[in-house]
Design a protein around this ligand. Structure first.
Ligand SMILES: NCc1[nH]cc(CCC(=O)O)c1CC(=O)O
Ligand SMILES: [Mg+2]
Length: 352
């Protein structure tokens, strides 16, 4: 078949014109717009669909009771006392969101150089896990493993002479993972980017008989400016000294992401994650195509804040930007997305 897309009608060898029918200006055999002519037609050819099953909803915790404290840089997101987190867990259940993720705002009086509160079996995260599991045992709970919500310096690991110690940190992370898993956490998600932590955590879990606890590795986690609002939310923005570039990845790299992911899979990760999300969709695609693993992306706090702020200013349609950004993760090959938009998006999906 001759290719003649967009060829002007004057160039046709044999004119179809008979003078009686109105002629199109262009002689096009193929008109891709036909498949977009109506909503039903667009639905028929749609390649990717976002469902509630694709969503993981991150929640912030704070000490106290009956508290919902607004986070200025994340409009619409609150820090929740444990009882309120249970209420949001119920909302997740009703919306059929499969899993929530928990992040604590640790009282400054409980923060120290070693992040020792991380391994307290009664810390805020463990309390919340127990309370939520008691009421909603069928809701998945993911817990972040890293020391930054607990350290006075805001880093994810132990420091000596201004250096983040790898192996010493991993030993603490294993204990943190164990207290969370023992509290009932389903998915351990190390976000610290220390080398070898996945293998160490797997071994720790297995030795404690916690064979079914999954690991979702923040495998390709970049040193990013987009974590700013999260650090406000957990109260580490002001205390953080320096940056995290000796452990989180350089945003210019993608081959390195594949090596990081490969290592975490070989160490026992059940699922892998790319973070941040929207600026790193190319990495999501490469990871999915290369490893065919359950692959997740984290639409982080700064990505949420950008859309929320623009929407609040009337600069864009917040709901549409939210849905467009989320389906982009599916298009890039992600199996799911951690997003602060999760409940809103699930409500929107439900209403459609
Ligand atoms: N290690 C902690 C952690 N886990 C998730 C995020 C960011 C999530 C977000 O921005 O929404 C961070 C921040 C950081 O690494 O500084
Ligand atoms: Mg690694």
């Amino acid at each position: 078949m001759a290719i003649k897309y967009g060829r002007p009608i004057e160039l046709r060898e044999v004119s179809r014109r008979d003078g009686t029918t109105a002629s199109p200006a262009l002689d096009l055999t193929v008109r891709p717009r036909r498949n977009r002519k109506a909503e039903w037609a667009r639905r028929m050819v749609r390649e990717n669909v976002l469902t509630a099953d694709d969503l993981i909803w991150p929640l912030f915790l704070i000490d106290g009771s009956n508290k919902r404290e607004a986070i200025a840089s994340m409009p619409g997101v609150d820090r929740l006392s444990v009882d309120q987190a249970v209420r949001d867990a119920e909302r997740a259940m009703k919306l059929t969101i499969p899993c929530i993720a928990l992040f604590p705002y640790t009282d400054p009086s409980l923060r120290d150089e070693e992040g020792s509160e991380a391994t307290n079996p009664n810390n805020l995260v463990c309390q919340a896990v127990r309370a939520i599991k008691k009421e909603f045992p069928d809701l998945g709970i993911l817990c972040d493993v890293a020391l930054d919500p607990f350290t006075s310096h805001g880093h994810d690991g132990l420091i000596s002479d201004g250096k983040i110690l790898n192996d010493e940190t991993v030993a603490v992370l294993v204990r943190q993972a164990l207290v969370q898993a023992e509290a009932g956490c389903d998915i351990i998600a190390p976000s610290d980017m220390m080398d070898g932590r996945v293998a160490a955590i797997r071994e720790g879990l297995d030795h404690s008989g916690l064979l079914d606890v999954q690991i979702m590795a923040y495998a390709a986690k970049y040193a990013s400016a987009f974590y700013g609002p999260f650090r406000d939310a957990i109260g580490s923005a002001k205390t953080l000294t320096g940056d995290k570039r000796t452990y989180q990845m350089d945003s210019a790299n993608t081959d390195e992401a594949l090596r990081e992911v490969e290592l975490d899979i070989s160490e026992g990760a059940d699922m892998v994650m790319v973070k941040p999300g929207m600026p790193y969709l190319d990495v999501v695609r490469r990871v999915k195509d290369t490893f065919a693993m359950p692959t997740f992306a984290y639409q982080v706090s700064g990505e949420y804040a950008m859309i929320a702020a623009a929407a609040n200013n009337g600069w864009l349609d917040g709901e549409r930007a939210m849905m467009e950004s989320l389906v982009a993760f599916k298009r890039a090959g992600a199996d799911g997305v951690l997003s602060y938009f999760a409940p809103k998006a699930a409500e929107k999906i439900r209403a459609q």
